[in-house]
Structure formats: C-alpha cells, structure tokens
Design a protein around this ligand. Structure first.
Ligand code: SF4
Length: 386
C-alpha cells in the first residue's frame, strides 16, 4: 500500500468512526451533571474527580463540591482542610490538593478564568495532557485529543494495537489515533463519545460488539481478538508496608495528626508510623504517640486492617490510648489536634482512617476495668487512671 493510499484509508476510517460515534452518543449518552455545563472550571473539577473513580461515586461529590466552591475564586479562597473535607472518602487526595493549587494559580495569573490555550492549561498544577484535552475539547470546542483508560481500550481494539499499554510506542499510536478522530466538528462530544463507548459498550471484560456503533470498523473484532486487547501494562507487585496506628481519645474527641509523605499526603488521621524491622508493634505505637504527655497506651492491639493503595498494600495494627481531659497539643502545633467525633466529616480523613476509627471505636482508650494501661511520656495523669 502506498503512503497516499494509507493516508486515504486512515482519513476514511476516521470519518466513518467519527460519524458513527457522534450519532450513537447523541442517542445513548448518559445524563450526567457535568454534561449540563460547558463551564471550563466545572469540566476541570469533574475530570479530576473521575480519574480512578466510578461515575456513580463521583456524582454526589461533584454536586456538593460545586455547590460549595462554584468558581475558581471560591475554591482558591478556601482553606485546604475545607477542600480535603469535601473530598473526604473519594480517595487519591493528591488530586484535591493539586486542583486547589490549580485554582489559586488560575485566580492569580488569569483573573479567575481557566486559560484557553492548551500550553497554559497544561502548566497548571495537576493538569496533564488528558485533563487539558478534556477541558479544551468540551469547554472550548477545540480539537484537542484525550486518552484515558476507556479511550485507550477502545482505540487499542479498533486499531488492533497489540503492544502493552503504557509503553512509548503504544501511547504514541493511541494519541495519534485520538488526534485523528477529534479533528472536525463537535470535538467535545467526540471525546466524550469515545469515553462513553468504553464505559458502556467496549467494556474491559465483556465488550458488547453486537451493540457497538463502530463494529464495522473494528480491527480486533475482525481478527477475533477483542477479548485479548489491549495488552495490559507490565506492573510491579505492590509493596507491602507494615504500619502501626494509635487512637488517642478523650471523651467525645480523638487526636488527629496531619500526615506527611506520599502515603498520607496532608490528610488528618490517627498518629501512624511505619514499623521498623524487628520492632514490636507496641513499641511502634509508643513511637507514634511521640512526646504527647499524659497518655495511657493499651498494650493489647485492637486489631489489624488490610488496605490497598495504588502502589502498595498496607497492613495496619491499631492500638488505643487515652489522654487526660486537660491534655492539649503543644502550643503552636498546627499538624496535630483533638477533633470532636461528631465533627470528623468537616476535616479531610481518608477511607483508611475511617476504617481505623471504626475498628477502635469499641476501645477508645484503656479506661475499661481490667485493662492494664502502659504509661507513656509526660507527667499528667491519664483520665483512665484516676
Ligand atoms: S466492536 Fe467490540 S471490540 Fe470493537 S470497539 Fe466495538 S465493542 Fe469494542
């Protein structure tokens, strides 16, 4: 086949697939809250929330978030705790912090208007090629391609791309096909049609080729390879991490610290440390409490929890401790505080913290009869020992 012939074939393929996708999308698109607007900020918020998260889960979060922070200015002006609180339970909290930083930059540099130029959008914190393409095509009607997991699956099957996802040559081929398709009218609808096809028809485990609008142009279907494509990316086995967490309570309250590092990323949670090699869990628990004074640590663990993150599996052993009612955080420490149990929803706590709070709820501290508290640090008398 000559280059010119191949170009003609490619153009004809793109024209056919575009037309079929748009016609199907007009009939089949789900009515989702973020599809009722073309406000670039709303598109941005929805696309960030939808990363790694199911549509059904996102809908109530999106609606609450937009009601509370309807503009970049409102989001930029909010304290980070408020933003993380609204994100609480949605996971992948780095997304929320980057969105918050992005909104601040939009206000500071662009007067609160999400920039139209793709290079400016991609320079915003947390905005990669995918999110920039979603905002550009959906909100600004620009022919900017995007490739997410759904689109990669659809395109890999349509074109029978049989190199592993995530590899350079695969990514280049996927983005080139996405760019070829998005050229033309209604680029935002076209991109959303590709994503919708991946979500509803060309699904991961059971593609419904008999209901597919682009079946006649699908190379994987022609070759009988729909079930084996795309070739998944090579993954390393997840790292196992042993943690110890302590619920330090006093009546009606629990002590929370703001986590640092990739695992905890600025969220409020129980004092938690990684167990050292050969370290006894109870010693790690005492270490987690640091130099907090007036604390009685129950040496018997409350239990353990397994929790999976993207790149690691956590095994967390939980302890409980009680604090004297007069105990207070060190003066000026903004990374630790007692939080009322009925106000937990207002601070950003992770799903892991929620699980740990549930696990330790029955034993909020060594105050029950018969428990032998282990004195830890400080000189105040723990409530449970009086
Ligand atoms: S024909 Fe089947 S494999 Fe091909 S795009 Fe449609 S649903 Fe996917």
């Amino acid at each position: 086949m000559t280059d010119a012939h191949a170009d003609d074939e490619g153009a004809a393929w793109a024209t056919d697939v575009r037309a079929a996708l748009l016609a199907w999308y007009d009939l089949s698109a789900r009515d989702l809250p973020w599809r009722r607007t073309r406000d670039p900020y709303a598109v941005w918020v929805s696309e960030v929330m939808l990363q790694q998260t199911r549509v059904d889960t996102v809908i109530p979060y999106y609606e609450r978030f937009m009601a509370r922070f309807p503009t970049p200015e409102r989001l930029a002006a909010a304290p980070e705790d408020d933003v993380l609180g609204m994100w609480s339970g949605l996971g992948y909290y780095r997304r929320a912090r980057m969105l918050h930083r992005g909104a601040r930059e939009v206000v500071a540099r662009y007067g609160g208007e999400v920039p139209r130029e793709p290079e400016d959008r991609r320079a915003l914190p947390g905005v990669g090629r995918y999110t920039a393409g979603a905002i550009g095509s959906i909100a600004f009607d620009r022919p900017e391609p995007l490739v997410d997991g759904n689109v990669a699956r659809v395109l890999a099957r349509l074109r029978a791309i049989d190199t592993p996802l995530g590899r350079g040559d695969t990514e280049r081929a996927l983005w080139a096909d996405a760019a070829a398709l998005v050229r033309g009218e209604r680029p935002g609808a076209l991109n959303q049609a590709l994503m919708e096809l991946g979500a509803l028809v060309c699904t991961k485990t059971a593609p419904r080729c008999d209901r597919c609008p682009v079946a006649s142009r699908c190379e994987a279907l022609r070759l009988g390879r729909g079930g084996e494509l795309p070739v998944p990316r090579a993954r390393r086995p997840p790292r196992r991490v042993e943690l110890v967490a302590v619920r330090l309570g006093r009546p009606g309250e629990v002590w929370l610290t703001r986590g640092e590092g990739a695992l905890f990323g600025g969220l409020w949670g129980l004092p938690t440390v990684e167990r050292g090699p050969g370290e006894r869990p109870v010693d790690a628990a005492a270490r987690a409490l640091g130099d907090h004074g007036g604390v009685a640590l129950d040496p018997a663990p409350c239990g353990t929890i397994e929790h999976a993150l993207t790149h690691c599996r956590l095994r967390v052993t939980a302890f409980s401790a009680s604090a004297a009612s007069a105990a207070s955080p060190p003066a000026g420490d903004r990374r630790a505080r007692f939080v009322r149990l009925d106000a937990l929803a207002e601070v950003g706590v992770s799903a892991l913290t929620q699980k740990l709070l549930a696990l330790t709820a029955a034993r909020p501290g060594p105050t029950a009869a018969g428990e032998a508290p282990r004195r830890h640090g400080g000189s105040r008398t723990p409530a449970g020992e009086r």
